[in-house]
Design a protein around this ligand. Structure first.
Ligand code: ADP
Ligand code: MG
Length: 276
């Protein structure tokens, strides 16, 4: 069943991003709620490249851990839109701000879902490249789904070095800045694992791990800390399993990092089995 854009009522703005706006919309006939990401025809080329990339990826993915796409629209005016499932609890970033930090048990539940999503993406040769709390959507059932594929990369047969500056720099792995110094045979997928490690740490301690609480990010200092400093570690009182899990993600040398499917078998997740 295809839904035409004229059958949708815009209810409110859910978020603004680089060039696009995400609306909460309602399908008139069925009253079903969706999210609609709209990019205007007069946006610049970079924005258009990003939204076409995102459309291509969402069309080819089919996983309970990746946000679902129900249709894409391209108008003669150049306006482009993507109709997605509506995630009614927002993002992990807004949840962190509204309800505070997450417990290890909650994080195990969240982590398992993100890892299943990443395993799916990596098996389909897709690197997300912008994994962070505001790109992880949540619904009231505490289902977590990966979203925002604007700067993602579909790997071709050749192994591209893939070290271009895209994504939010703060969550980028050391080898993205300096491929020679941190594991030269950078294949890209493990950059998502680094970002996952930082994301989980942030959800646990409540602030971006390379900065102290409330510290304003200064880009040069941050990049030095990521490339030349030790990876951040968890505070006292954290379980050995969670500490080890984060260490497996935050290895500066990418070849020492665990893959998404290896991490699904990590003792941290085995010590918090699923209820279903
Ligand atoms: P951008 O590339 O502009 O960051 P995102 O896809 O990350 O675009 O969307 C921006 C924001 O819109 C998100 O951080 C989130 O708050 C909201 N959002 C996006 N998609 C959805 C969705 N499917 N359901 C609910 N909120 C969404
Ligand atoms: Mg985003």
């Amino acid at each position: 069943v295809t839904i035409s854009q004229t059958e949708l009522d815009k209810l409110q703005v859910l978020g603004h991003g680089n060039g696009g706006t995400v609306y909460k919309v309602q399908h008139k006939r069925t009253s079903k709620i969706y999210a609609l990401k709209v990019v205007n025809g007069d946006s610049d080329l970079t924005v258009h490249r990003q939204v076409s990339r995102e459309m291509e990826i969402l069309r080819r993915t089919d996983s309970p851990h990746i946000v679902r796409c129900y249709g894409t629209y391209v108008k003669p005016s150049g306006d482009v839109a993507i109709l997605m499932e509506y995630m009614d609890a927002g993002t992990l970033d807004t949840l962190l701000r509204s309800r505070g930090t997450f417990s290890e048990t909650e994080l195990a539940h969240i982590t398992r879902q993100i890892l299943k999503g990443l395993t799916y993406l990596h098996a389909h040769k897709i690197i997300h490249r912008d994994l962070k709390p505001s790109n992880l959507l949540v619904n009231k059932n505490m289902e977590v789904k990966i979203a925002d594929f604007g700067v993602s990369k579909i790997m071709s047969r050749r192994l591209d070095p893939c070290n271009s500056y895209v994504g939010t720099c703060a969550y980028m792995s050391p080898e993205r800045f300096d491929p020679d110094a941190h594991g030269g045979n950078y294949d890209g997928y493990l950059g998502d694992i680094w970002s996952l490690g930082l994301t989980l740490m942030e959800l646990y301690v409540g602030h971006f791990p390379f900065l102290s609480p409330g510290q304003r990010p200064d880009w040069a200092t941050l990049m030095c800390a990521i490339c030349f400093g030790d990876p951040p570690t968890l505070p006292q009182g954290t379980s050995d399993e969670f500490r080890s899990f984060i260490e497996c993600c935050l290895q500066k040398e990418s070849s020492k990092r665990w893959t998404a499917s290896q991490l699904l078998d990590h003792p941290f997740l085995r010590s918090h089995p699923t209820s279903d």
